[in-house]
Design a protein around this ligand. Structure first.
Ligand code: ADP
Ligand code: ZN
Length: 618
């Protein structure tokens, strides 16, 4: 264990190296830490994986007293405390899951000055006895995690967060640091006001996640496409797959298991115990795939999620970015993959049309969907478009998204659009009939289907005028017209209807530029990301074998201790050990992520694993 007297006399950089084993601060961490160590208030906005925790954990060790961390994520407090304990930091938590004896033990440790950090749920602070307890100890700082929970307009609102402004009144001299990964400037202002952090210094990091490769592919046979992605690019990796419905979560998880991919389902229809058990396994075991509805993920701080896949279109760019952001917290290359097709647009438009709530609400939903569709249909760099959406302008094309890696062509789709729209027009105006996309495309392609003869649609003037495009291309045309609002879907059957804007295209007052899907979609193998720091060379075969041995050792050790594997060591650390093959404890201590405590605890074991591998391959 770290002795408290040592810690207090060290500066932040020394603590970073000795305790956490890291060489350098990342991004604005150093400025934040210095500011809080000096007693200043801070509001920190960093993307997921940006490294927010160290911003309060290091001041907690440098300043006198106990850092009190307010977090809504009760289920994850144990893991957070375990991770700190593993590096020799003295941490505890108080929340409703504990029995009285355990509570008393933590309270005693707090009062005796035996804690560096104390985690509390926000509702705990509404309890008088907790406040009285805090008043009897010395508080180093207050950290308010997931600070966007104070925002009444956000989806994570926690009423208890509103009380947190009283911290300032009760403990005027104690610095407060609020942290969040939720980006918009409106939320930021709201957080500052509600938490009375108006004098706090704001630290706003870029929201770019350069190690995540964004890819949006045309949906053909989504489960097969997904399986190919997992087999070709992510064998043995942990990942999250998001589906819209419980049924498709179940089916997808079953499909993956049948095909040899270890997968678990997670959705609101499962009982609480099963959900908790599946979440625990996902966090603790290596290489599990979680198939989930969006009910899964808040606060999941597993660092080695290598991919996030969406089998259905997310409803907003905010949601998409939050969900994909769960990939690659450890900074290693990761994939965000979304399969998207005509049916997604039809389904989402229909859901909005039939949703409860007033017109303003439906307009709001539609605006969010439009931004998401614009991202899907863009021929520009996906990352540039994402960052612009969050108000960050001026970035260069990233070189690490599908549109950068295999640029889609754009083509003049005006004539195709006119053909499709006039088909809808003729059916509607001449025959007073409405049909779905499939039938309209059959008409354009001049197919003699039963339905076409039944309705006599082969006598329409548009019959067979669309042979210059293949069926899949026509579906792309319909999808893009829907995405741009040049065509609408209606009713339970998703029939096509014209919009006001359709007339502009039909009347030749508007041209339509479309996206042609690249023949060979991008894969991460061809990626050359811009941020050189994030490029990780593939391990050579020898290092791969060591890495696998180290992973097996880590899995066994984690299981024995009942903690998640990443609490022992991160993948990035094991990779570096495998590559550098340190021969002594001194060499091992120079690896990023090997601090004093872990060196003492696991150093010899690691060297033994390395020696065994060398013997086996000799
Ligand atoms: P956030 O809370 O912002 O999502 P975390 O605090 O969980 O991010 O940090 C993300 C990951 O990056 C963690 O695994 C953490 O150990 C690692 N990390 C943070 N700061 C550094 C650093 N300076 N050097 C190396 N790794 C770091
Ligand atoms: Zn790009």
């Amino acid at each position: 264990m770290v002795s408290p007297t040592d810690v207090r006399t060290e500066d932040a950089g020394q603590v970073l190296r000795r305790v956490f084993g890291y060489d350098a601060f990342r991004g604005s961490q150093q400025q934040v830490v210095d500011h809080v160590v000096a007693g200043g208030d801070a509001l920190v906005l960093m993307p997921t994986g940006g490294g927010k925790s160290l911003c309060y954990q290091i001041p907690a060790l440098v300043r006198d007293g106990v850092a009190v961390v307010i977090s809504p994520l009760i289920a994850l407090m144990q893991d957070q405390v375990d991770a700190l304990t593993a590096v020799g930091v003295r941490a505890g938590f108080l929340n409703s899951t504990q029995d009285l004896a355990e509570r008393r033990r933590v309270e005693g440790a707090f009062l005796a000055g035996e804690l560096d950090l104390l985690y509390l749920a926000p509702e705990g602070l509404a309890v008088r006895s907790t406040l009285q307890l805090l008043e009897r100890g010395t508080i180093a700082l207050f950290a308010i995690d997931e600070a966007h929970c104070v925002s009444q307009w956000g989806h994570d609102f926690r009423p208890d967060y509103l009380n947190l402004s009283m911290l300032h009144e009760r403990w005027p001299g104690v610095p407060r640091i609020a942290l969040t990964a939720t980006a918009t400037s409106a939320t930021r202002t709201e957080i500052a006001t509600r938490l009375q952090l108006t004098d706090a210094r704001h630290f706003v990091a870029s929201f770019d996640r350069p190690n995540i490769q964004y890819r949006i592919v045309p949906k053909r046979e989504p489960r097969k496409q997904l399986l190919a992605l997992l087999r070709d690019e992510h064998p043995g990796d942990a990942g999250i797959i998001y589906c819209l419905s419980r049924a498709s979560v179940e089916k997808t998880a079953e499909f993956l298991v049948q095909n040899g991919v270890p997968a678990l389902p997670y959705h609101a229809g499962l009982d609480a115990a099963t959900r908790a058990a599946n979440q625990q396994r996902f966090l603790r075991e290596d290489g599990l795939v979680m198939v989930a509805t969006i009910a899964f993920g808040m606060g999941i701080d597993k660092p080695d999620v290598r991919f996030v896949a969406h089998l259905d279109l997310p409803k907003s760019v905010e949601g998409y970015y939050q969900e994909t952001g769960r990939a690659g917290r450890d900074g290693l290359p990761s994939t965000a993959w979304l399969a998207y097709g005509l049916q997604d647009v039809v389904q989402q438009r229909k859901m909005i049309e039939t949703s409860e709530g007033d017109l303003a609400h439906r307009r709001n939903l539609a605006a969010h969907l439009d931004a998401m569709l614009a991202l899907c249909e863009t021929v520009r760099c996906r990352r540039v478009q994402l960052l612009e959406y969050f108000g960050e302008t001026g970035s260069a094309a990233c070189g690490n998204c599908d549109t950068c890696l295999s640029p889609p062509e754009s083509w003049d789709g005006t004539v195709a659009a006119q053909k499709l729209l006039s088909t809808v027009f003729r059916l509607d105006r001449e025959r007073n009939q409405r049909f779905g996309a499939g039938h309209c495309i059959d008409i354009l392609l001049g197919k003699q289907t039963d339905k076409i003869s039944q309705y006599g649609h082969d006598s329409l003037t548009v019959f067979g005028i669309g042979n210059e495009l293949r069926e899949a291309e026509w579906r792309g045309v319909v999808r893009q017209l829907l995405a741009e609002g040049l065509l609408a879907v209606e009713g339970d059957y998703g029939t096509l209807a014209l919009t006001e804007a359709s007339a502009e295209v039909l009347g030749r007052r508007r041209t339509v530029t479309m996206r042609r899907e690249p023949e060979r979609p991008a894969s991460s193998r061809s990626a050359k990301p811009r941020g050189a720091a994030t490029v990780v060379a593939a391990l050579d075969p020898a290092a791969t074998s060591v890495f696998e041995r180290l992973r097996a050792w880590r899995a066994a050790t984690a299981k024995e201790q009942g903690v998640p594997a990443y609490v022992i060591f991160h993948d990035a650390t094991l990779r570096q050990i495998a590559t550098d093959a340190p021969a002594t404890l001194a060499e091992l201590s120079r690896i990023n992520g090997v601090g004093e405590n872990k060196l003492a605890k696991y150093g010899e074991q690691i060297l033994t694993v390395l020696a065994e591998d060398a013997a086996a391959s000799a």
